[in-house]
Design a protein around this ligand. Sequence first.
Ligand code: FAD
Length: 462
Amino acid sequence: MTIPETGQRDRLHPWCSMAGDAPDLPLSNALQSALETDVLIVGGGMVGLTLAISLAQVGVRSVVVERAERAQITAAEFDGRATAIAFAPYQMLQAIGAWPGLAPHAQAINEIRVSDGRLGAQPQRRVAPLFLHFDHHKLGDEPFGFMVENRHIQTGLWSAAQQRPEITLCAPARIEDLTCSAGGVRATIFEPDNTPAGSTNSAVGHCVQARLVVGADGRNSTVRAAAEIGCNVGSYDQTAIVATVAHERAHGGIAEEFFLPAGPFAILPLADLPDGTHRSSLVWTETTATAKSMLALGATAFQNHMAERFGDHLGDVVIAGPRWSYPLGYLQADRYVDEHLALVGDAAHGIHPIAGQGLNLGLRDVAALAEVLADGVRLGMDLGSAPLLNRYQRWRRFDGLVLLAATDGLNRLFSNDVTLLRWARDLGLAAVNRAPRLKRFFMRHARGTVGAMPRLLKGEAL
Ligand SMILES: Cc1cc2nc3c(=O)[nH]c(=O)nc-3n(C[C@H](O)[C@H](O)[C@H](O)COP(=O)(O)OP(=O)(O)OC[C@H]3O[C@@H](n4cnc5c(N)ncnc54)[C@H](O)[C@@H]3O)c2cc1C
């Protein structure tokens, strides 16, 4: 296949949107050809979009191909989760100019409280007397991070990406016939299978050519599969029930994680609504069988089970909105790179949400890959060249493995009711709580300000 040199901004297929609020352009006959770019990013989720915006800072062009429609991704019904963005990734979002879109919806996390326990008589659950308490003041004025609802993160990132002339957003779309070789990357853009009937299909067969393809397409990555990169994958037989709750008293920016025998029950502070309603995001982990029965309950019964675990420290509490569920598992790709190809975010690794680190890990990939590519641009190197990609893999894969092992270990240690383990972990929590140095070490981890930090994570320019 011969791919003509194009890359003009007016040579885009009908689903591509561009900088500013320019309307989608009609496809002219002359454009039954190719889009040329530097990096093809498959997956316009939180990680893929952050990468595109980061690369744009150094003039690297990208085409982002996202399966879902923008309106779908940013709709309230699409994703009920909220994410704890640690302080270092927050600094990156500041550095790339994406934070202002998220800031109005962000709640600072000022304290973290971890405790172990069992269900007690309603409404007061039974908490072990030994627990762990992190206060951000022990490290300085800055918070541990910020809680933001996923749909607000997606909306903010999408808007920031639309402002950049270097980024071409294609959604809803998917790629096929991906080939990566010494000559670079080629793929064909198609409509996704589930595109509503009646929508135009005139872009079928359009090509995109790039120096590098990045798989940011989540756990079931098609890019990873196309490159035949194997992965270590498994299920925890746990499901996270997620809901937003409204409560009587203010949370004070305290994130609470209460370990119950079936898994963690996390109460994460959200920004108050404009009418002053105090809210938190609930991530309630149960065995998959129990979660199914909980989710099948009527509103009152479900509310009662929730209240039994929630406790009464925030006063009256009610479920505000739908309940969501997410089956939990882990994944680690055998490699993060291949010829002219890199994996980032959940396409490369998936971890248990017990420590709220999955997206943060993905954003650390983004910061490292963006730095490696920016250095490559300055040196005039091919963005898909092996030395650059190997540097990225060396930098990131170990961190992914360590966090997978740590979250897996924590989940096994805490999600059970074995008496000896219960004593050991309660003593462990108390010991860390009384050891200031160790405590500071864990607090810096929670903030993400440890290890060899890429420039963006330090809030510096790329
Ligand atoms: C209950 C729960 C709570 C969590 N809480 C936190 C937290 O507090 N903090 C934290 O850091 N992490 C948290 N995580 C983890 C976090 O949600 C994920 O790590 C993060 O969403 C991964 O982002 P991603 O962009 O890599 O992948 P995804 O979010 O999966 O995005 C992938 C994108 O690619 C698109 N896509 C998929 N396939 C294709 C294709 N073939 N072609 C085109 N596009 C495609 C999808 O539509 C999607 O938009 C939590 C996870 C769970 C389950």
